[in-house]
Design a protein around this ligand. Structure first.
Ligand code: SF4
Ligand code: SF4
Length: 297
């Protein structure tokens, strides 16, 4: 007997990059995830996902709405994107009702109330991300902010990243199927699974010895720590240096690019400009590294 786990995946204010990242999952492949048993005896029954599903239009919306009715309290709601909340303006809609577009925020509210759990995939969904960047004309909010304002208490797990690594999503889903919903100790203060976001990039960075020696790259391609070229690894929690990306091929700093802090609530406004050194940050590291304030430069 196979346990079917219904999943509804909504895309709100986002770029679809999180979906593209998941489609690149190396092990298991997306085929394994969607067709096979993701763990023995359990199959993910993806009922609604605009990018992946073959269906479209009213029949697809009907499946989504029926899932919420028939599987109340038993389906996982995945939300990719921030929630636009500005009043009296439709910045995004998912399907129609009575010939009128249903705003993203209304869909999220309906489906969130009756879900077993919500996975906020990507930094837009987890923390607001790029759609919520100043001046935020669409009033975008993170899923948690939105749910709190509506008094919706469905458990939520944030899986940030711009985009998130496919393993972070697949591993979280597999853990929920095997062990149930994460306990408070399994998550950090930002509701991220500690299994994937438990350490700073800076703790495991192969360029860390350069940082400690004070040897900093002055231009791209130089040897040395990328801190002065804008690396935000010192404030960013994720396991990229150990896990690597694209099936273990490489990662941002390995390719010579600074970490832009994409898994952090501060992304993007408070880690910008991306290619400038952090200021006003106390570095969790050894030795004194003087941080000139911008006006002292
Ligand atoms: S600042 Fe960036 S490049 Fe330098 S050691 Fe830390 S994480 Fe690595
Ligand atoms: S190294 Fe930094 S910017 Fe790159 S994916 Fe990891 S957290 Fe995001």
């Amino acid at each position: 007997m196979v346990n079917e786990i219904p999943v509804i995946w909504l895309q709100t204010s986002a770029c679809t990059g999180c979906t593209i990242s998941l489609l690149n999952s190396a092990s298991p492949t997306i085929r394994n995830i969607l067709i096979d048993q993701v763990i023995p005896g359990a199959h993910i029954n993806l009922r609604f996902h605009v990018t992946i599903m073959a269906g479209a239009g009213e029949p697809a919306i009907e499946i989504m709405e029926n899932t919420a009715k028939e599987k109340t309290g038993n389906y996982i709601l995945v939300i990719e994107g921030a929630i636009p909340t500005t009043k009296d303006a439709v910045y995004g809609a998912i399907g129609e009702r009575g010939g009128k577009p249903v705003e993203m925020k209304d869909r999220v509210e309906d489906l969130a109330r009756s879900a077993l759990a919500i996975l906020a995939v990507g930094t837009c969904s987890s923390f607001g991300g790029i759609p919520s960047a100043a001046p935020n004309p669409t009033g975008c909010q993170s899923v948690k902010q939105f749910l709190d304002a509506k008094d919706i208490t469905t458990p939520i797990v944030n899986i940030p990243g711009c985009p998130p690594h496919p393993d972070w999503f697949v591993g979280t889903v597999a853990s929920i199927i095997l062990n149930g919903l994460p306990k408070a100790d399994d998550l950090d203060d930002n509701l991220r699974p500690l299994a994937f976001y438990g350490h700073l990039i800076h703790e495991n960075c192969p360029r860390r010895a350069y940082f400690d020696e004070g040897k900093f790259a002055k231009k791209f391609g130089d040897e040395g720590c990328l801190y002065e070229l804008g690396c935000k690894g010192a404030i960013t929690y994720a396991d990229c240096p150990l896990r690597l990306w694209n099936g273990g091929t490489n990662w941002c700093i390995g390719a010579g690019a600074p970490c832009s802090g994409c898994t952090q609530p501060e992304f993007p406004d408070l880690v910008a400009p991306f290619y400038e050194k952090l200021v006003d940050v106390e570095l969790p590291t050894i030795g004194a590294y003087w941080l000139p304030r911008k006006e002292e430069k």
